[in-house]
Design a protein around this ligand. Structure first.
Ligand code: HEC
Length: 175
């Protein structure tokens, strides 16, 4: 009987919540659409950085770079490809609704959740160049993952790194 009840609940919540989630997903796909290209860096209609993935799977440079940075500094807690772990939330879900500004401030300042007897800490990366010089890369990659535009794993093909990206990196890492 217990099992039957759980099944019923699952069915009910599926029926109630699924349409909302679909609307969310379509919304965020629409919002994430690249409308402007500045030297290989793409922006949505609100002026926030976003990804651009071609039909043959070629990703923009920033999505590729974000993939690499994510897997060097974030995946140990947030799981491979942003799918989450028992320790830290799935960023592929967080970024379905989290805006760019909120993302930047959480990554720079960190966060501590001491609720429920567990202490899960998101470290502050505001003084870590390997992260803060690549904030947009991380955001762009995770955004692509969150709206389902980038599959799991290493992107097979990428656009070339632009001169602008090289200069930005040099001045941030060197300064
Ligand atoms: C030492 C483990 C650890 C590392 C490394 C880490 N995080 Fe976190 N992160 C956490 C935990 C734990 C939370 C949840 C904190 C909370 O509940 O307040 C979190 C929360 C977040 C959130 C908010 C998610 C939400 O749904 O509210 C973002 C965004 C985030 N992390 C991004 C990153 C990025 C980007 C990196 C890599 C640069 C990173 N994290 C590296 C542990 C980590």
């Amino acid at each position: 009987m217990k099992f039957g009840k759980a099944l019923l609940l699952l069915t009910l919540s599926g029926a109630v919540f699924a349409p909302t989630q679909i609307t969310f997903a379509q919304d965020s796909i629409e919002k994430a659409k690249a409308v402007r290209d500045e030297d290989g860096k793409y922006y949505d209609a609100d002026g926030n950085p976003t990804f651009n993935i071609q039909p043959d799977g070629t990703v923009d440079w920033y999505t590729f770079s974000g993939y690499r940075r994510y897997h060097s500094d974030c995946h140990v807690c947030h799981g491979p490809d942003g799918v989450g772990s028992s320790y830290a939330p799935a960023l592929v879900d967080s970024l379905k609704t989290m805006d760019y500004g909120t993302f930047l401030s959480i990554v720079a300042e960190g966060r501590k959740n001491v609720g429920g007897g567990k202490e899960n800490v998101m470290p502050a990366f505001g003084d870590n160049k390997n992260v803060y010089c690549y904030m947009d890369d991380l955001y762009i990659y995770l955004r692509a993952r969150a709206v389902g535009a980038a599959p799991r794993g290493r992107p097979p093909k990428k656009e070339d790194k632009s001169q602008a990206a090289k200069e930005q990196e040099k001045s941030c890492m060197g300064g």
